[in-house]
Structure formats: C-alpha cells, structure tokens
Design a protein around this ligand. Structure first.
Ligand SMILES: *Cc1c(COP(=O)(O)O)cnc(C)c1O
Length: 360
C-alpha cells in the first residue's frame, strides 16, 4: 500500500502516534469505563486531562504565570472580534499590519469596533513579502498592534517579532504556533485555531497577558470576555472536551520529540528541502520573497498551469493529497505542519522531480 501524506492547510494532518493512542483509549479512557467524549467536563477524569494539557502547553512555550492560557471555541475568527472587545476599553483605535488574506479579515472585523490604523501593508507586492519595519506608521495612542506572523494562504511568514514599545502586540498564530520556540513575553495576546498545528477543529487556544483581561466594551457577551473564561478555567460553559484531549496528546507528542527546538530543526529542514526543489527547477516557482517564506505553508506554481489538473491527479495517485492551492491564489500549496513527517516532504520532492521529467 502507498503511504498517504496529507498536505491540507487545515483541518490538517495529526501525528499518527497521537491518532493511534486516541484509538486505543477511545472506548475506555485509563480504565474509567468511559470515552473522553462521554465524560463530564467537571469530573475528575476530564479535569486531569485539561490540566495536564495546559501544563504541557505552558512547558512547551515556557509561558510565565503572568499569562492566562484559555481553551475556547469559535475559531481564530471569533478572536478577530474578541481581541478588540477586550483590549479596546479606554482607547478608540488599533494598529493592524496587513500582510494578506487573514490580516484583511481581522481588519474588517476590528472596523466594527474601532478606527483601524493600517500601519503597514504589503498589498502592492500581491502579499508576497513583509513590509519593512522602518516604514511602519505605528500610533502610540492605539490600544494594540495586531499582526499575522504566518499567512496561511499567501505563504509569507515574519522572521522577526515586531517591536511595539508599550503598546501590546497581538498575534494570530493559527498556522505557526508550536513550529519553533517563541518568546511569549514579547506579546500581549497570542491566539490560534487548533486545526492547523495543535489538534482537531473546534478548539481555539488563547494566551493573554493577565493585565489585559478584565475590562470589555459595553455589551460584550460573557462568552467573549477573556476574564470570565479565565475565572472559570475555560469552563464557563461546556468546552470542546474531545478536541482539548487530543490537543493534550499532541502536546505530549511534541515533548517526546524533544520539544520546540527539536521541532524547529526538523521544520526548517523540511521547508528547505521543498524550497530547494522549487528553486532548483525552471518548472516550479515560488511567488514569495525568499526572506519571508513560510516554514508551514508553501505555495508554488507550475510553468504551465494547464498541467495543474494532471499534477494534482497524479500526486493523489501517488498518495500525496490536498496539494491544490487556495482558490484565491491558484497553483499548488503544500502545508507541512509539525505532524508532516520528513518522509512526506521527501516523497513530494521526488514526485515533483519525476513529474517535471516526464511532463515539464
Ligand atoms: C485558518 C486561519 C484562520 C481561521 O481560523 P478559524 O479557526 O477557521 O476561524 C485565521 N487566521 C489564520 C492565520 C488561519 O490560518
């Protein structure tokens, strides 16, 4: 049987070892006689699962006690509203950096609540680069600065953390969190939908500096209040228990791999191999500025887009799935998150070389 490698941008591949463990534990978690799906979120079994997941996550990212870690629902998209609702009180404006499709959505949502100062944009480049920090028009009167460290669709990724002085920095890390070590202390808020690099869909992880929670805009629903979730251990209502459990298994798996420094080395190697295959050929092209190429999402085009359909079909027959680029960009996109093994990237590179040899 051909090995299957799933390059989906999200929901995305999970570590095979994690899925096997979930399978072993599916009907009877640790002798409890229950599936995790069937447990009360307030029972001692699930509370132990939830606490272990948070402890492992904090350990992986070395998160200090100055931060809440919240396990919420609503996706990263809900955070586009939750961030302004919680960080704006007392201010009228927020700074946003526009580097692509996900930045734009965050900006559009924030405009419902405040004046958005787009302090920098790479739109003129077709979102293939990151605007130079020297040109940013940050406003010290803004409540926060929001950016998207990795644009999942465009495949551009910051190689540095912006310096914003006393203004809190907010990051949508949905597609890059846990891909390498991170200095969390540089941030006010970090959020990520789980379905790229954490676990299954339905869970959203939010890291909030404690002093930034506590006040909300008038009329904010309780479910959109960071402090209310923090006060209730992310169990203000029934949390997405099974996704939380699976995320916990992924955190344990990451620790077993040697933690984020070890993952970073592997991720860098995987990305380097794929970009080399693209750059070493006249048939494949990456549209993205070399300095800002994503380690996680690698868009590329074929010299002749009439061959796109054949490429995708033959790739799928070879076990390489979900390589079609986002509908807004076209071409191909390979998402190579933590759970994509190096063997998967090597199989893709071999396939690309063979396709070019026979069809290029
Ligand atoms: C996928 C994605 C989102 C949207 O996440 P949902 O969980 O579907 O709301 C937002 N931002 C980025 C960077 C993403 O990759």
């Amino acid at each position: 049987m051909t090995d299957i490698y799933n390059f989906s941008a999200g929901p995305a591949v999970l570590p095979a070892a994690v899925l096997r463990r979930a399978q072993d534990e599916l009907l009877d978690w640790h002798g409890s006689g229950m599936s995790v799906m069937e447990m009360s979120h307030r029972g001692k079994e699930f509370v132990s699962i939830a606490e272990q997941a948070e402890a492992d996550f904090r350990e992986l990212l070395e998160i200090s006690p100055d931060y809440h870690v919240l396990f919420l629902q609503g996706g990263a998209t809900s955070q586009f509203a939750m961030v302004p609702m919680n960080l704006l009180p007392g201010k009228q404006q927020a700074d946003y950096i526009n580097t692509g499709a996900w930045s734009k959505k965050a900006i559009a949502e924030a405009r419902r609540y405040c004046t958005v100062n787009v302090a920098a944009t790479s739109e003129a480049s077709g979102f293939t680069t990151i605007p130079a920090a020297d040109d940013w028009q940050l406003d010290p009167a803004s409540a926060y600065v929001h950016y998207t460290p990795n644009e999942t669709i465009g495949g551009v990724e910051f190689s540095w953390i912006p310096e914003t002085g006393d203004v809190p920095l907010v990051a949508d890390m949905s597609s890059t969190i846990l891909s390498r070590p991170l200095d969390v202390s540089r941030f006010g808020v970090i959020y990520a939908g789980a379905q790229k690099n954490i676990g299954p869909a339905g869970l959203t992880v939010v890291i909030v500096r404690k002093d930034l929670a506590g006040t909300t805009l008038e009329g904010t629903p309780t479910m959109y209040d960071y402090q209310a979730h923090a006060d209730n251990g992310s169990m203000l209502n029934t949390p997405p228990t099974y996704s939380w459990y699976l995320a916990g298994l992924v955190f344990q798996w990451l620790r077993e791999q040697g933690g984020l420094a070890a993952l970073a080395e592997i991720n860098q190697r995987k990305a380097a191999a794929l970009y080399a295959a693209i750059d070493d050929s006249d048939f494949y092209k990456s549209p993205v500025d070399r300095v800002y190429r994503s380690w996680m999402n690698v868009p590329f085009t074929l010299a002749d887009d009439a061959l796109d359909g054949d490429f995708l079909e033959q790739a799928a027959s070879a076990g390489l799935l979900n390589l079609k680029g986002h509908r807004s960009v076209g071409g191909m996109r390979a998402s190579i998150y933590n759970a994509m093994p190096e063997a998967g990237v090597n199989a893709l590179v071999d396939f690309m070389q063979e396709f070019e040899r026979t069809r290029g």
